[in-house]
Design a protein around this ligand. Structure first.
Ligand SMILES: [Zn+2]
Length: 147
């Protein structure tokens, strides 16, 4: 039983977020949307070079966004993804259980790694998928700049 529904997520937004979130959704900025049970994840193109990453966990009743306005309240990106979940559910790929357990396995393994092993992993990731490292570094820099 989810702690919160998508409708309720939308209801927590004020009128300004409601308008801008709907605008983002209708502009087709929501991409790479996946849904696994009550967890929705997607990206929303915004003013930043990199799209923001949004995660909504209905079971836990929590959501997050990598944008600078993520301060607990629903931002326009979270709003756009929640709206997409309601109005364009077929846009969401069904995330497979296999993917989830691979991520869980990796996260467990990460806890055991030495600093040197973590470094090797990050270097390998940087070689294969530099955009992931770039996006991550970019988001950290934004946060550190007091956004
Ligand atoms: Zn946001």
């Amino acid at each position: 039983m989810p702690a919160i529904t998508l409708e309720e997520v939308l209801l927590t937004a004020d009128r300004r977020i409601h308008e801008r979130g709907r605008e983002l959704f209708s502009q087709g900025t929501v991409s790479q949307a996946t849904r696994a049970a009550d967890v929705l994840q997607a990206r929303v193109a915004g003013s930043s070079v990199h799209p923001y990453r949004i995660r909504i966990d209905l079971t836990a009743g929590v959501w997050s966004c990598t944008c600078p306005y993520d301060q607990g309240a629903v931002c326009k990106h979270v709003y756009a993804v929640a709206l997409a979940g309601l109005e364009a559910p077929r846009q969401f790929e069904q995330a497979t259980v296999k993917n989830n357990s691979a991520l869980e396995t990796l996260l467990k393994a990460l806890e055991q790694l030495s600093d040197e092993e973590s470094w090797t992993l990050l270097e390998a990731l940087e070689r294969l998928r530099p955009e992931i490292i770039e996006e991550y570094a970019f988001n950290i820099a934004q946060r550190d700049n007091g956004w």
